[in-house]
Design a protein around this ligand. Structure first.
Ligand code: GLN
Length: 538
């Protein structure tokens, strides 16, 4: 079943945030470029079943897959780099592992045995990893283990790696990512934290095969040898990962450092000579040599936190490169925007994006930003809550429906232009119960959205409970709004456009999740284009 599949584990030591996700994604990209099929999985040691119930302040953006899994934002990197969709199986938390084991216990599947961390939890982790291999779709399964070795909660995961390494022999490779700090006062790079972190892994019975060293200065030969010697590996298996100008440089840096070759050698895989990265290099070239520049305002309430809108930022990188344009994103706290200061706060922008979100905080500011974009004909993209706010703004200021609102914010509004979906009304649990994942949308051929996508039927990912209230469709259409996209199965409004505006689009779905280096999202490409045109007119 999976006897030819190779399993790569990526663990982290010394510190969190070293970029395991980017290293895993870059390795996947390189293996793909050599002709292999690859998937990447993230094992998260926390107890939440999924990050869907986590506040962005806790965990950054929640990324949504086609099959409606609410996942860690690293899966976004996996898709953006590899252009391969991920699924529920690609993100597994401790919570889900325990839930599966406890459900089996309740069903009596353990036949009277005592259920324990070893072997039952570790077996369940193993099953989750091999499940991907057993699909028959991949030559390599890369599994990133969240957290840092030595954390209490990652023990069962590291123990699983130990067992799998033993069982799979040379079909299993462990890559350990560490930090090699530069001490300015001493003028030296320091290898000791790496040695300690490898010792931690060894205490748990795992010998890493490859050590990737994150560093702000190039590693000199001496330090590579030292790390190799203390950590029982060859110097060629010590890989330098220098701080990069952009995350999209990392695959080429890893190619240079031969990370892919090391992995292929260690798994006894013949090394194909051709590495097809032409597309990637073209993208990088556009990214690094922009001809134009635009300023886009990102209006949201989590602006202090860069990771909260990760996929939106990256979609602008892809859409910008496609237009040979550098997109400067100005993050604007929606709570601060009022009717009086909107002009001041939003001046100089060539486009305004109102972000997704939940709850009342900052809503009125989002509505004011939209009014400003609509009245001043500034290109506008509203995503999910951003689209809903555009509907509220239009209702209040054009249709003169005073007090129009979403029933999420004001359950007693006289004009519930955004309302809870019928099948959401009876739901009590918050985890995993929204309208999630990919749904069809049929585009109006006259629309700007159709011009961007170039086709009539699209599929986009969702994460919401509220929806455009169909009772107001007529009023909108009669007053200059085009209902540009409709979900045919349930007759839900998915896209609104204002006809008498250069580019004003609100989408109920999340286009940002589907933007990749290989396929930049058409709405972002066209939004940047509209921003460029707006700038040209100024
Ligand atoms: N809070 C809104 C809803 O649930 C929008 C959600 C979002 O922006 N992802 O419908």
């Amino acid at each position: 079943m999976d006897q030819n599949v190779k399993y790569i584990f990526v663990t982290g030591g010394v510190s969190s945030s070293l970029g395991k996700g980017i290293i895993s994604s870059s390795l996947a990209k390189l293996l793909q470029a050599r002709g292999f099929s690859v998937t990447i999985q993230k094992l998260d040691p926390y107890i939440n079943i999924d990050p869907g119930t986590l506040n962005p302040y806790e965990h950054g953006e929640c990324y949504v897959t086609d099959d409606g899994a609410e996942t860690d934002l690293d899966l976004g990197h996996y898709e953006r780099f590899s252009n391969t969709p991920t699924s529920q199986a690609n993100n597994v938390t401790t919570g889900r592992i325990y839930q599966n084991v406890i459900n089996k216990e309740r069903r009596g599947e353990y036949l009277g045995t005592t259920v324990q961390v070893i072997p039952h939890i570790t077996d369940e982790i193993k099953r989750s990893v091999r499940l991907l291999g057993q699909t028959g779709k991949y030559d390599f399964v890369i599994t990133e283990i969240g957290g840092t070795v030595g954390d209490i909660e990652s023990f069962p995961f590291v123990e699983t790696v130990r067992q799998m390494k033993w069982e799979l022999e040379n079909r299993c490779v462990v890559i350990h990512l560490t930090l090699v700090p530069y001490l300015r006062a001493a003028g030296e790079l320091k290898s000791k934290p790496t040695q300690h972190s490898v010792k931690k892994l060894l205490e748990q019975g795992v010998q890493p095969d490859i050590i990737v060293c994150r560093t702000e200065k190039p590693l000199y030969e001496g330090i590579k040898h030292k790390i190799a010697q203390f950590c029982n590996i060859r110097p060629s298996s010590v890989i330098e990962s220098l701080d990069a100008e952009t995350i999209y440089d990392v695959p080429l840096m890893m190619l240079e450092e031969k990370l892919d070759v090391e992995v292929l050698k260690k798994t006894n895989t013949p090394i194909p000579e051709k590495v097809d990265l032409d597309n990637w290099k073209r993208f990088l070239n556009n990214l690094k040599n922009p001809k134009y520049e635009v300023n886009i305002g990102l209006v949201g309430k989590y602006i202090e936190l860069k990771d909260a809108y990760k996929s939106i930022n990256e979609a602008f990188v892809h859409g910008g490169a496609m237009n040979q344009t550098k997109v400067n994103i100005r993050r604007i706290q929606s709570e601060n925007i009022t009717a009086d200061n909107a002009r001041e706060l939003l001046k100089g922008l060539d486009g305004i994006l109102v972000a997704p979100g939940f709850g009342n905080r900052g809503i009125e500011g989002k509505i004011e930003a939209i009014r400003y974009a609509r009245e001043n004909k500034i290109p506008f993209l509203g995503i999910c809550l951003g689209m809903q706010c555009a509907v509220i703004e239009f209702s209040r200021n054009v249709l003169h429906l005073k007090g129009a609102h979403s029933t999420e914010m004001d359950p007693d509004t006289p004009y519930p232009v955004i309302d809870i979906m019928e099948n959401q009304k009876k739901i009590k649990n918050l985890g995993g119960t929204m309208r999630l994942g990919a749904y069809n949308c049929k585009l109006n051929r006259e629309s700007k959205s159709y011009a961007a996508y170039g086709k009539e039927m699209i599929r986009e990912r969702h994460r919401h409970r509220y929806e455009f209230n169909n009772a107001y469709r007529d009023a909108f259409e009669k007053n200059g709004v085009r209902l540009a996209g409709i979900n045919p199965e349930e007759d839900l409004v998915e896209i609104i456009e204002i006809k008498d505006h250069p580019w004003f689009i609100g989408v109920q779905f999340h286009p940002e999740y589907r933007s990749t280096v290989k396929q930049p999202h058409p709405l972002f490409v066209h939004f940047v284009k509209a921003a460029l045109e707006h700038k040209g007119k100024k």
